[in-house]
Design a protein around this ligand. Sequence first.
Ligand code: BTN
Length: 319
Amino acid sequence: MKNEILKCLKETDGYVSGQELCERLGVSRTAVWKVIRQLEAEGYGIEAVRNRGYRLHDSADILNEAEIRAVLTSHWLGQNVKFLEEIDSTNNEVRRMAEQGAPEGTLVVAEIQTAGKGRRGRRWDSPKGSGIWHSFLLRPEFAPEHASMLTLLAAMAVRKSVSNVTGLECLIKWPNDIVVNGKKICGILTEMSTEEDSIRYVVVGIGINANTPDFPEEIRATATSLALELGHPVHRASIINGVMCAFEEYYDIYRETLDMSRLKEAYNQELVNVERAVKVLAPGGDYTGISHGINDAGELIVELADGSLREVNSGEVSV
Ligand code: BTN
């Protein structure tokens, strides 16, 4: 009932009368009043005016299951959603749920991660109340070699959502960082469980610095948050919804060919530093070259000083 009442309040531009809520939900006035008190205790600002009803104030920075459900318009991704106040890592939680048979599309969102994981075994700082720490479960039927490109799809989905919801110009830094004004706002960690030659499941974990008010001195030059760039907080649930909807769209396109042929043009348009010099941080040693964007395999084509082309399939690029 809480979800329904929140949805009604959000959908209405103005007051919703207590009577209307009772009729819509088939419950008593006391039951409605109790839910309103509960929502207030969770941090929602609700104005109650005699003879008019209830009106919801701006709730930009509240994240919970009801808030997510109230805005979710995706078809399957995120429909099975679990919100946790605290967890070690949303990737770990989705893995545990996958082992217990959770359905494809299961989404886990946490307010805080105590052991957030970054790429290459790094730690991912996941403070309370300001980030979007979320992971979702896929059970693809294709071969494991096609899974690495899911990370590129996730980057495209985050970029689309953030730019639609906030209006900020954001770009992708190959393979899957999202940058605003040259600083990182999002990281993606995809993990896979395989069995012989098939995929058991894939977990796509996405961390977005949404309303982070400040960063430690040592990363201030390279990391930022949406709120810092915008000057006001963002509604985190709307960004999650945007990611879910966009990923569904790109995933459908990707599965038609199992390569980036139909998506590379869009990806390259959103890529930072195309036709410019980039530094590739490769396992065998760093080198520089001109980036020509990705190929059908999702590899970054880099032109070296001698004119030869290298197709980079691992490592990172520094801007
Ligand atoms: C990176 O190093 O850039 C990747 C960071 C990925 C962080 C996200 S936050 C949600 C999910 N849970 C984790 O433990 N990691 C990912």
